[in-house]
Design a protein around this ligand. Sequence first.
Ligand code: IPM
Ligand code: MN
Length: 358
Amino acid sequence: MYKIAVMPGDGTGPEVTAEAVKVLQAAAAKFGFKVELTEFDFGGERYKRTRETLPDSAIEELRKFDAILLGAIGHPDVPPGILEKGILLKARFELDQYINLRPVKLYPGVETPLKDKGPEHIDFVVVRENSGDAYTGTGGFTMRGTPHEVAVQSAVYSRHQVDRCLKFAFEYTQKHGKKARGKGETNTLALCGKTNVLTYIYDLWERAFHEMGKSQYSDIAREYYHVDATCMWFVKNPEWFDVIVTGNMFGDIITDLGAMIQGGMGIAAGGNLNPEGVSMFEPIGGSAPKYTGKGVINPLAAICAAQMMLQTLGEQKAADAIEQAVMHVTANKLKSLAAGRMGYSTSQVGDLVAERVA
Ligand code: IPM
Ligand code: MN
């Protein structure tokens, strides 16, 4: 029995979350486990009513769950930053979800904008550090509003943050790298940084990366790429990549590019992991306000988030069955992953996956 907190959130979040829950229930029935779902209404509507984002009491409550399933956060009537900081980033930080795991995998039948690339070329994972960098809010203004205004926002990393992220990334590569999956000769972990300009924080990352790799994971091949070059190779030679580890800000940016080459926001999912605590799973895309309530949004990203959740909870067979079902649906059913062009409604896509799982 797993206790799952469900936060459908804003816009199309509730629609896609409903389909993820549908598939989750189908997997539970098929593979012999139970899920107990508790819904929370944090998001833009609640904020407008109560001025509350994610209160401390909710954080304490969320700690009691086995996992959190999130829909989307973002409301057109709420200024940017409030809900992101107050809900999404607050949960990540307070629950110390220090890893953001973002697979980039092109499923069969899915169109990629990359010419001449197919599922055999696009299959890698980004381990995005999720607790530090420019996201810590270190900085401020002086002389704000004057012509001499100065704004500073620092990229901050401690050795502890870097080491715990690298440890996760090496362990993940050992278990799920291309060799471990029978898809290559080596398991390879690449560090994505900017050692030519960010000569402090990425120097720390690079030293820690090689020290840990050499002393504890000598069986894993190590590579280094600057972030700008990483973007270039994502487009030109995505097949070079296996597992990539990077800081919070670069991880944010390269995973939007990653999402596009795997077919877009309709399919990209991520897990905010605290390997020692409560993790939170989400589709990477936003709340897509203009599609709200129309039944046209693609729920596969939310379904893939539920799949990652089951994998993290240790229900590997159920997770594999969901992934196989998603691949069956992309290969044989959907005309496109784009909202309104799938050839099916949001709930029909959920039905197709759930039926296949069952
Ligand atoms: C993401 C998002 C968030 C981030 C925003 C909404 C704060 O872009 O999950 O990638 O920057 O981490
Ligand atoms: Mn992002």
